[in-house]
Design a protein around this ligand. Structure first.
Ligand SMILES: [Zn+2]
Length: 173
């Protein structure tokens, strides 16, 4: 998926080093502009110039690059072909984190592997949580005090991701 003639930086080399709250707010603004709670993230990806590919790969294939940002609004995301729609959503949101935070929407070519645990991967995860479960809307939904599964359904994320979001925002589970 790499293209000849493009110098790809790594996510870690292009890490943005902004505080977690800053990235959370940025993702919330992005959601405000582009993605309703539970909205179609595949369509959003397409509208940003991204293509999704499915490939047979394993959880421990950590060295396999899963996003290639080639140039402005031109990128490829590779998903495992054995996942679930909600895990895919989070993965795509994570890769969009790399696209916005590290590749500057393609101004800086980038490739990144999955499952890393360095600073750039945390940033992409913070962005993903903020994009799929934007702070203000998530807090408002949480106030309705329905079940965890209702919250997860509303934002179309896993219950696991919902629990983590609650704890990050200091909300009861
Ligand atoms: Zn990543």
């Amino acid at each position: 998926m790499e293209r000849v003639g493009i110098q790809y930086g790594t996510a870690l080399a292009l890490v943005c080093n902004r505080p977690k709250d800053f990235i959370d707010s940025l993702a919330e603004k992005a959601a405000e502009a582009m993605l309703n709670p539970g909205g179609d993230i595949l369509q959003l990806t397409e509208s940003l110039g991204g293509r999704i590919h499915y490939r047979n790969m394993f959880e421990d294939d950590v060295d396999v690059d899963t996003i290639f940002v080639h140039r402005k609004n031109d990128f490829d995301i590779v998903l495992p072909d054995h996942s679930t729609p909600r895990r895919d959503r989070f993965t795509v949101a994570h890769e969009l984190g790399h696209f916005f935070l590290h590749a500057w929407m393609g101004q800086r070519p980038l490739k990144a592997a999955r499952n890393g645990s360095d600073r750039a991967e945390w940033e992409a995860n913070w962005f993903a949580a903020g994009l799929l479960m934007p702070k203000a809307k998530f807090k408002a939904a949480h106030k309705e005090k329905r079940s965890l599964s209702w919250l997860a359904d509303k934002f179309d994320v896993s219950e696991h991701a919902t629990k983590i979001r609650c704890s990050v925002l200091g909300l009861s589970i």
